[in-house]
Design a protein around this ligand. Sequence first.
Ligand code: CP3
Length: 317
Amino acid sequence: MRQAGRYLPEYRRIRERTTFLELCKTPELAAEVTVQPVDILGVDAAIVFADILLLLEAMGAELRFEAGDGPRFPAPVRTAADVDRLRRPDVEAALGYVFSTIRAARRSLDGRVPLIGFAGSPWTLAAYLVEGAASTSFPHLLAWSYADPAGLRRLLDRIADATLDYLRGQIDAGAQAIQIFDTWGGLLAARRWDALARPSLERILEGLPAGVPRIVYVRDGSHLLETLGGLPAEVLSIDWRVPLSEARRRTGGRKALQGNLDPCALLGSIAAIRDETARVLSEGAGGPHIVNLGHGILPQTPVENARAFVAFAQGVS
Ligand code: CP3
């Protein structure tokens, strides 16, 4: 959950010298940033420092990160001809820097904790690519989903093909678990998520080599829990909107759960962080639970608060 990032002075020091995209593409620095939260917070896993949107750049879409502006695709994909122009990348040539980061991070971690690889879900990647920028309502994406669902599904399938190549490359390079981020799946009603977002996601999950745990994160997906319980994945990562006990019941107890501390809780007092973490732990106690935040750590988070969360969770469990 963006455990590397701007809340860490050690990250900001590296970022002063380089842009976000350059940092992602410089394996030696990206590996250093990957390992920072393990050394500084004492977390029990590392996640490779990269971004879900890098795959779309590799498919031929120009990607920009502008300060304070979030990601932008200056030429959004909105027609069948736009979809045709996207290529299935040679992932070794186009994204080999991520694989090099994974190899370097594994060397530096030296078996201390496992390393997680990741990708965006096709639906969430399409959300940024079709809209051209971050949004909260994604009008172009949703208009397309009603006007021409088959055309949009063709885009999702293309993204899924490239994602499978990319994730297999990450696993070959040393990623020991895979997390897929469906940050915008919650925009869809359950019936529409099943029809639009699920098929391409499922194809990725089913295409991964056996033995590598699969984690699926859906933000704002409380209304999707019943259908998520049937996904071919070992772990469901959920945000903070429903208690883990309810998530466990509504997913039929079929999945390990990950989450679900509200990232804003880390902005409060240490006593409040302990209370909230204790509540999350007790609500998750009905089955396997990976303690985590329900979404990315906020840049304003005091490092000592993040450390208190990790230490308290480890002490209790
Ligand atoms: O978790 C980690 O430490 C690994 C690295 C990681 C990043 N992004 C680095 C990053 C991971 C796992 C992601 C996933 C990601 N990227 C998601 C899915 C998870 C989620 O947050 O919902 C999404 C939607 C993106 C796309 C993205 N990248 C956005 C919308 C933004 C801008 C938002 C912001 O906070 O500025 C980014 C930028 C980004 N990706 C940063 C980091 C550390 C901040 C960039 C900086 O240093 O300026």
